[in-house]
Write a protein that binds this ligand. Structure first.
Ligand code: PMT
Length: 399
């Protein structure tokens, strides 16, 4: 995947800049044309000559320097690249990019990039845990930037924790992934549902659940990166819409049911990660309910079961994936849902486990295939879980 590709490698000013030399060398060794862009601070740690010798190309450091190779280096280094990698990325770089500041060659090039951008942060443990840095990272993920998270261990300043630059091998794997090693979902239309539905009580109150939408949005992002056309039917969340994904906002289960059924004829894959309320208020008050008396009784009625309806209308060539959020008897409940809803794959998560379920960035899931096979996955980032679910979908479709 890397052979013949044009890779722009941004190096910012942290002690891990020396590791970028290994990365540059390995990328060039695999046949890529590597152009290194260094910030002024990076030059305090490693000399440009090192990268020139390793890549065989001049190193770019100055926004205003003329270049015999590029008419406008800050644009050409972005638009000619198949991928732009920033390793290491400092807190300062993340902060600038998250706020659209382009005051040097690297930040300008990254803002001008239309190719995938892979950011590999490395910094002091406390800096990486700092709320401002966390928010910048989340914001950048929301804008569609890809990350290889730092590793855990001892960082240069002697602290232990998360902050050291990811291993070169992990960065190269991420580069390969992004270079489209897997465009295996091209030509498929995938519906993903996400978030927790809101069932109104009156104009100011609703019944809902703890779903953040992270699992569903990760699935939408992963399917889109694998070439699928993705329709994300989402209950309210605070998440950024993944790039290239068509969003259909809904609030209640009845609205979600309507949109899913309306779009179903277009889809070959439907993945129902949303936490859909099973009940809604029989009557929604037109005006705010006032405090009167000691108690209040709400009459609830059953919502449509969207997944079961999809299962009933299942067409040849369609793959249906459901989730099961369980607090107990996961296996038994999962198998029952798989059979009752007539689906191909059920992804069960025990939402009481730390690192799993609602709101977390990670999940721990067990896959139940219609044929009876099961597969338990370890704790993983939700994006990685999403890719494993899509691998399973593609395997089912090939059978
Ligand atoms: O959003 P996050 O914070 O990232 O959390 C992720 C998650 C825990 C919400 C997700 O991993 C998950 O488990 N989603 C399904 C939650 C759920 O509603 O599970 P369930 O066991 O109640 O429903 C089973 C399946 O039927 C689900 O696919 C659900 O979308 C679907 N369903 C349920 C009820 C209903 N009326 N219609 C449905 O289609």
């Amino acid at each position: 995947m890397i052979d013949g590709k044009f890779i722009t490698l941004g190096v910012t000013g942290g002690i891990a800049a020396y590791k970028a030399a290994d990365l540059a060398s390995k990328l060039a060794g695999r046949g890529a044309t590597v152009h290194v862009v260094m910030t002024r601070s990076a030059g305090e740690f490693v000399r440009p000559l090192t990268f020139e010798a390793l890549t065989g190309n001049p190193v770019h450091t100055d926004l205003f320097a003329s270049s015999y190779q590029f008419r406008m280096p800050h644009i050409d280094l972005a638009t000619r690249a198949d991928i732009l990698v920033v390793a290491p990325a400092t807190a300062n770089f993340l902060g600038k990019l998250a706020h659209g500041i382009a005051d040097d060659l690297l930040t300008t090039a990254v803002l001008a990039a239309t190719c995938p951008v892979l950011i590999c942060p490395a910094m002091n443990v406390n800096m990486y845990a700092n709320r401002a840095v966390r928010e910048n990272v989340e914001r950048l993920k929301g804008y569609g930037y890809n990350f290889v998270e730092p590793g855990e261990g001892r960082v240069a300043c002697g602290h232990y924790g998360k902050g050291r630059l990811a291993e070169t091998g992990d960065i190269i794997s991420a580069v390969e992934d992004l270079l489209g090693a897997r465009r295996d979902m091209k030509g498929l239309t995938v519906i993903v549902t996400a978030g927790g539905t809101r069932e109104p009580i009156d104009p100011v109150r609703y019944i809902s659940n703890r779903s953040s939408g992270k699992m569903g949005y990760a699935l939408a992002r992963a399917a889109s990166s694998r070439g699928a056309r993705v329709i994300l039917i989402s209950a309210p969340t605070s998440l950024e819409i993944p790039p290239g994904v068509e969003i259909v906002p809904v609030e209640s289960a009845v609205e979600m049911h309507g949109e899913v059924m309306r779009r179903y004829p277009e889809a070959q894959v439907v993945i129902k990660a949303a936490a859909v309320a099973d009940y809604r208020c029989e009557r929604v008050a037109g005006r705010k309910i006032k405090k009167e008396g000691e108690g209040l009784t709400l009459e609830l009625v059953r919502n449509p079961d969207i997944l079961a309806d999809l299962g009933r209308q299942k067409r040849e060539g369609v793959t249906l994936v459901g989730f099961a959020a369980e607090t107990h008897e996961l296996e038994e409940n999962a198998r029952q849902k798989l059979a009752r809803k007539n689906i191909d794959l059920l992804v069960a998560n025990d939402v009481t486990m730390p690192g799993a379920g609602f709101g977390a960035d990670t999940n721990i899931v067990k896959l139940f295939y219609a044929g009876g096979r099961t597969e338990s996955l370890p704790v993983m980032e939700k994006l990685a879980v999403a890719h494993r679910i899509l691998d399973a979908v593609m395997e089912i479709r090939q059978d």
